[in-house]
Design a protein around this ligand. Structure first.
Ligand SMILES: [Zn+2]
Length: 267
């Protein structure tokens, strides 16, 4: 096994049966967190996944929306608490675009005690990413790109292990005509799909700048993607996994996973 994908949260911005979308890619060489949801519920998710905040080595924040960045404030705060309590920690490498880094720092400035705020530089190594750019993370390379969202400036990435296997994340954006080039030819694609096309009149995905399972599956079929992982969806549909997968499989011939919170996918 090369690595594991741990889905901490799979819900969209207003989930009631799940946590906001975020996940961990864990290998023998790194523990990378992608987004942190909308609050300190991230600690409960990490605990249930068996990951301590101190274990995190890299952290990518896709964009500055509430349901992705507010948990990041708590991750920074937790690292400060750990260091204050005498633990020695290497700085957490944080990667985000400029508006997201600015938002994170500003929220921390407004909500932390001065003595905590002044320690951010001691517990993090914040990298402002202006895509396209590449970094090396343990036994993988990470290529950042702009997901071409119409909604917000958002950072996507392709993580490629030394054996060539790759995983692409589009943040909470769907696979679209605008970003399909960046997502082509990958083993795993993680992206947003707000609801089934069949339920579009119930959940109004298009009004929220989101797409449906059918929309994403149709595009994925033409992009040489082996395994499609759909999240950031409404969470009120009963037996969602089965229903979503059924709609996706009508348009996409590869493997489809509709994860629930805390599901683990071996990469
Ligand atoms: Zn979102």
């Amino acid at each position: 096994m090369v690595a594991r994908l741990i889905m901490l949260g799979t819900g969209s911005a207003f989930p009631t049966h799940s946590y906001n979308s975020c996940f961990i890619i864990k290998s023998d060489h790194f523990t990378l967190l992608a987004d942190a949801g909308g609050g300190n519920g991230i600690f409960e998710r990490l605990e249930r996944a068996g990951i301590a905040p101190a274990e995190l080595t890299h952290f990518v924040i896709s964009h500055a929306h509430t349901d992705h960045i507010l948990g990041a404030v708590w991750i920074v705060r937790a690292r400060i608490n750990l260091v204050k309590s005498g633990k020695t920690l290497p700085p957490l490498h944080i990667y985000a675009n400029e508006p997201t880094v600015s938002a994170l720092i500003e929220i921390c400035r407004l909500t932390f005690l001065d003595s905590y705020f002044s320690m951010i530089k001691d517990v993090t190594d914040i990298h402002v990413i202006n895509p396209p750019s590449q970094i090396v993370v343990g036994n993988a390379t990470v290529d950042f790109f702009d997901v071409m969202s119409e909604n917000v400036k958002q950072l996507g990435f392709r993580l490629t292990f030394t054996d060539g296997r790759s995983i692409v994340s589009l943040g909470d954006e769907a696979l679209t005509q605008q970003n399909r080039e960046a997502a082509k030819n990958t083993d795993y694609l993680i992206c947003g799909a707000f609801c089934r096309y069949a339920d579009r009149d119930i959940f109004h995905p298009y009004e929220k700048h989101h797409l449906t399972v059918k929309d994403v599956a149709k595009t994925a079929q033409r992009c040489d993607i082996k395994h499609l992982i759909l999240y950031h969806s409404e969470d009120s549909t009963i037996e969602k996994q089965e229903k979503y997968a059924h709609e996706a499989s009508a348009y996409f011939s590869g493997k489809v996973t509709i994860p629930a919170d805390l599901d683990i996918i071996d990469l």
